[in-house]
Design a protein around this ligand. Structure first.
Ligand SMILES: Nc1ncnc2c1ncn2[C@@H]1O[C@H](COP(=O)(O)OP(=O)(O)OP(=O)(O)O)[C@@H](O)[C@H]1O
Length: 307
């Protein structure tokens, strides 16, 4: 990290991206500090890739402004590119070149590249070093794209669905690499559809819905916000839940889930309510809602809407 250089990794102000009549990003503002991992979540078509393209300088916003490492991603593109690592959603490299050649080519563009052999070993690419890109499996192409993004020791990395199509081992290696990047002070902006991935890796989460920000926060703050604990109670089926002082539903016969700010007092109230109905309670469990619960509650009305 350069001392005294305090510009945010990414600073977006009212960014709009339109494709003809279609508004893909409808006024997004966010500030991503350096050295953190930010996960951009959202349904298919929410505008995540369009927003990344603005940050990468591949698309000029139709309105609003973007600064990346304190620079204009379009106007200062040449100055910025050597400081960025970019993993596109698919391909983006020469389909006829071999995996090893591609990685060494990108390493040759960098002033102080990582050791390509080490990266190939880490990402399990040695055995396909001489295989042409277009003959690699989808997961191998993803691993190579990640290696290409990292080989130049970037300060800021953009990863568009980095583990999509990867097997479990490669996914864990990728997670480790991202954690190592953060430990080295590198900033990482990634998109993902995997909520457990975001929960594990991200310092900050931005949930997008139809081109706008629906929620932001740390995974802990998003899941710990009031009203998001979950209590599951097994009891007699068919209880009338209308008088229960918390949102509740009978998920399946005799399986009740109750959501709310369930502190000790509230838990006592809920169990007291079951006792008062005379119902026979056979099991009680509670869990903190996961990021996936929060995400689904924010975006569930979109299920099927994008089809
Ligand atoms: N080149 C384009 N021309 C027209 N419409 C586009 C273009 N690129 C994206 N779109 C539309 O803009 C919207 C946002 O697309 P974008 O790729 O940014 O979403 P996303 O959140 O990355 O989706 P996914 O999770 O499926 O990758 C979508 O409705 C998409 O169809």
């Amino acid at each position: 990290m350069v001392g005294g250089d305090v510009a945010a990794a990414v600073e977006l102000s009212d960014v709009v991206v339109s494709y003809g009549e279609k508004t893909a990003v409808g006024g997004v503002s966010l500030s991503m500090p350096r050295g953190r991992v930010l996960a951009l979540l959202g349904h298919n078509g929410a505008g995540k890739t369009s927003l990344l393209q603005v940050c990468e300088g591949f698309r000029r916003p139709d309105a609003g402004s973007a600064r990346v490492l304190g620079l204009d991603p379009v106007g200062d593109h040449d100055e910025l590119m050597p400081r960025l690592g970019i993993m596109l959603q698919s391909g983006g490299v020469y389909p006829w070149a071999a995996a090893g050649e591609i990685l060494r080519l990108f390493a040759s563009f960098a002033a102080n590249p990582l050791d390509t052999g080490m990266l190939m070993d880490r990402l399990g690419l040695r055995k396909v070093e001489r295989t042409r890109f277009r003959r690699l499996s989808g997961g191998e192409q993803q691993r190579l794209s990640l290696a290409v993004a990292l080989v130049g020791r970037p300060e800021l990395v953009f990863l568009d669905e980095p583990t999509a199509g990867m097997d479990t081992e490669a996914r864990h290696t990728t997670w480790q690499l991202i954690e190592e990047l953060r430990a080295d002070g590198v900033s990482v902006l990634l998109t993902t559809h995997l909520l457990d991935e975001a929960e594990r890796l991200a310092d900050d989460v931005v949930i997008m819905k139809s081109g706008k920000i629906a929620a932001t926060g740390t995974p802990a703050s998003l899941t710990a916000a009031a009203g998001i604990d979950l209590l599951e109670v097994r009891a007699d089926p068919g209880l009338d839940l209308l008088t229960l002082p918390f949102p509740a539903k009978e998920a399946s016969p005799g399986e009740y889930s109750i959501t709310g700010a369930l502190d000790t007092r509230a838990l006592a109230d809920v169990l007291g309510w079951f006792a008062a109905t005379g119902a026979h309670v056979t099991a009680v469990s509670s869990r903190r809602r996961t990021l996936e619960d929060v995400y689904l509650s924010l975006t569930s009305d979109l299920v099927g809407a994008s089809q």
